[in-house]
Design a binder for this molecule. Structure first.
Ligand SMILES: [Fe+2]
Length: 389
């Protein structure tokens, strides 16, 4: 096999893995959490990841394998097979070109300015229980695991239309806590302490609070310790609904957390008001949430939602700033491959950080937890936004 064929084989294989990840992120993860879904994901993932290397091993030296690796299809079957391989490769190339383009241009929109970026490593005098992995993988994965390497980001956002009384308003954002038995509870205490250190006026929690329903009371207790004078506002994400969304709602409300389940409230300061709207769509079905929740009255509106998929609709409805989580920033970010976990109808388009549409901004927070206790080159995050006139 010459070097050209080896390069083509590796690229085709990476393209197939990319295609598999894209399909899982765009379609399969939206299925209800069940054994069937996990079996389907694993089977599909394994098939798409390994079919091409297996094919090359089994068909080594055949005319079919030769023609594919020389990009020389003969006949309809070979042409279809080659088109499938090239499609996967095109996805991979497009992802890399987009990543390079984003790295070259300023990653922040003109309205936003990063004013503090701190890494809070788990070594700061606290020895948290490490996640358990099977067999020898444990030491290896924990050595490169970003699971506890919390990042604290503070942004100032120029907000046209913000009433003067809200100039300097501090809005904290925590998401995707995914309370489960993998993560040391002291890590959550640490996150809450970091939020309180930022002295927020108001805090929002954008869903996936729990990964197992028995952790509802713990979640309520943890969130109740957030200290923000204008209150703590939460909504539920897909995992919360899959566990027991109604029960969680009751539990966190008992602790004084307000739940914005497809509704909006007005925050008053002095003589001014802004709107805070919470969208739980699509897990709580609401066809006309944009018209119902955002009256066209010109009030400055912040939208909180679990998934970035609601951003474009919220922007059209008039939300100046949308805050969400759900993607975990990709959770595992591989070189030349990009974010692996990006459950979104837009795939990796809204993976992490700021995005702009018209005059509106979206911030996709990487969150602080996840169901699988492994993050690679993708630290957990809490964020604070200082709104400026
Ligand atoms: Fe999540």
């Amino acid at each position: 096999m010459n070097i050209f064929k080896i390069i083509v084989a590796v690229l085709f294989w990476m393209g197939q893995v990319k295609l598999c990840v894209t399909i899982v992120n765009k379609y399969i993860v939206f299925m209800r959490d069940s054994l069937f879904k996990h079996v389907f994901t694993i089977f599909f993932g394994l098939f798409m990841t390994f079919w091409f290397p297996l094919f090359l091993i089994l068909c080594h030296g055949t005319v079919l394998a030769q023609n594919l690796l020389l990009l020389h299809p003969v006949g309809v079957f070979e042409f279809i097979m080659l088109a499938f391989l090239v499609y996967g490769l095109a996805l991979l190339i497009r992802a890399n070109v987009t990543a390079i383009y984003k790295a070259i241009q300023n990653p922040l929109p003109p309205q936003a300015r990063l004013i503090m970026h701190e890494k809070k490593a788990s070594s700061e005098g606290v020895f948290w229980r490490k996640p358990r992995f099977p067999l020898f993988l444990e030491n290896l994965l924990n050595a490169i695991n970003d699971y506890y390497n919390l990042e604290v980001n503070v942004y100032e956002i120029k907000s046209p239309g913000l009433p003067p009384s809200f100039d300097g308003f501090r809005l904290a954002h925590i998401t995707d806590l995914h309370l489960n038995h993998y993560l040391d509870p002291r890590f959550y205490d640490f996150c809450i302490q970091e939020i309180n250190n930022l002295k927020p006026d108001l805090t929002v929690v954008t869903g996936d609070i729990i990964s197992r329903k028995k952790f509802g009371p713990n979640a309520a207790f943890i969130l109740s310790r957030i200290d923000s004078p204008f209150g703590v506002f939460a909504l539920r994400g897909n995992h919360d609904f899959w566990e027991d969304g109604k029960k969680l709602r009751r539990e966190i409300m008992k602790k004084g957390i307000r739940v914005l389940d497809n509704k909006s409230i007005e925050i008053r300061k002095g003589r001014d008001r802004i709107r805070l709207a919470g969208i739980e769509h699509p897990w709580k079905k609401l066809k006309t949430w944009d018209q119902d929740i955002f009256p066209q009255d010109g009030m400055y509106s912040v939208c909180i939602t679990h998934t970035p998929d609601n951003f474009l609709r919220a922007e059209r409805a008039g939300a100046a700033l949308t805050l969400c989580g759900h993607t975990h920033g990709g959770q595992i970010r591989l070189p030349f491959f990009g974010p692996v976990v990006c459950p979104s109808r837009y795939s990796r388009r809204f993976d992490q950080g700021f995005f702009q549409q018209g005059g509106a901004l979206l911030y996709v927070n990487r969150g602080v937890g996840s169901t699988v206790p492994f993050r690679f080159r993708c630290s957990p995050e809490i964020a604070l936004f200082i709104l400026k006139c």
